[in-house]
Design a protein around this ligand. Structure first.
Ligand SMILES: NC(=O)c1ccc[n+]([C@@H]2O[C@H](COP(=O)([O-])OP(=O)(O)OC[C@H]3O[C@@H](n4cnc5c(N)ncnc54)[C@H](OP(=O)(O)O)[C@@H]3O)[C@@H](O)[C@H]2O)c1
Length: 315
């Protein structure tokens, strides 16, 4: 099968495209013919070796953790799927070796869910990793109807999902994004958007919401994460998907911090599909590339300024 993989860690020059053996569906697995694969920041981080201490890697490493496609074969003891079923999946496995930048992947049947009918394969491929991350970050933050949430990185892959899911919960949503994306973030359900490129975002937030937010969701990390604790109300919550924060950085404020790393979860993907098919949740694919253009896709991802998603067309 055709696949994009790396044989060493490094830059975009390390991305190779060649034939690799087609996997098979073992017991409890489904073999999926991949039509499209979502591109995420984690893909270039794996390419650079930034996750090598977190997960075991085995070269060649096929990159990519997100897909839409069709079940081609089912292994023994598979009960949820049949050949021909359209699916989408967050495809992270315990070992980093088989990814979704390829024509096929074998996954435990617990990973995929039925694909939303309203979406093309290209659109559906951009949903699972990002929407599950947003879902699980909002859950970790315990967001309730009527509460306020400040979303840092509101216009990116995860941010656009989090704005919509938080608004669907009946929360008051405030986003942080560059000015060019403010109308877009508002159209997703934010009542206000702050420009991180104009003045101090902590001050701008404090002027609009002097009581602080019930929850801050950090999709940026670094200094933005460290300073964002100043936007929580006393007793509020701070959730980051980018990095842990040291106790000493929390400045002994009354804020509860949680780091979230997204886990595969088909029942949650089922709920997200229902929202999509009911026209209550949408996905914006900003760029799609062929598998041969994978280096361009990574270059765009590495800008850190993509509105919505990037997707690779595979079949
Ligand atoms: N822990 C997990 O499970 C998990 C899962 C998914 C992603 N992540 C991580 O979460 C981060 C975000 O992922 P993503 O897919 O949403 O990335 P993305 O699609 O590249 O989005 C980044 C967004 O951040 C905005 N941004 C850039 N600089 C900013 C700043 N200084 N302040 C506020 N916003 C800024 C950009 O908006 P503008 O274009 O408006 O500047 C852009 O839309 C990445 O580090 C990724 O690796 C972690």
């Amino acid at each position: 099968m055709k696949a994009c993989f790396i044989e060493n860690f490094g830059g975009r020059d390390n991305l190779k495209i060649a034939e690799l053996p087609k996997p098979q569906a073992d017991d409890g697995q489904v073999l999926i013919r991949i039509h499209a694969a979502g591109v995420n920041p984690v893909d270039w981080k794996i390419r650079e070796g930034l996750l090598k201490d977190k997960f075991p890697h085995r070269f060649p490493v096929i990159l990519g953790w997100e897909l839409a496609g069709v079940v081609e074969e089912v292994g023994a003891n598979v009960s949820r799927f049949n050949p021909g079923d359209p699916v989408y999946a967050y495809a992270r496995l315990p070992e980093i070796h088989h990814g979704t930048y390829a024509e096929y992947i074998a996954l435990p049947e617990s990973h995929p869910a039925r694909k939303p009918e309203k979406l093309s394969m290209i659109e559906a491929a951009g949903v699972p990793l990002t929407a599950l991350t947003a879902w699980q970050a909002i859950e970790a933050g315990g967001l309730q109807q009527g509460q306020s949430v400040f979303i840092l990185g509101a216009s990116g892959g995860v941010g656009t999902c989090a704005v919509q899911l938080a608004a669907l919960k009946g929360a008051r949503v405030i986003g942080l994004a560059s000015a060019a994306n403010h109308a877009y973030v508002r159209s997703l359900g934010a009542e206000a958007v702050i420009d991180y490129q104009r003045g101090d975002f902590i001050q701008s937030f404090g002027e609009l919401f002097p009581d602080g937010a019930d929850l801050v969701l950090d999709f940026q990390g670094g200094d933005t994460l460290a300073r964002s604790q100043l936007c929580t109300r006393p007793g509020g919550r701070l959730v980051s998907i980018v990095e842990e924060i040291e106790e000493s950085v929390l400045k002994k404020r009354d804020v509860r911090f949680t780091y979230v790393f997204v886990a595969p979860n088909a029942p949650q993907l089922d709920q997200i599909r229902e929202l999509i098919d009911a026209d209550r949740f949408k996905i914006h694919v900003a760029h799609s590339f062929s598998l041969d253009e994978v280096a361009q896709a990574h270059a765009q991802m590495e800008t850190g300024h993509t509105r919505g998603k990037i997707v690779l067309r595979i079949a």
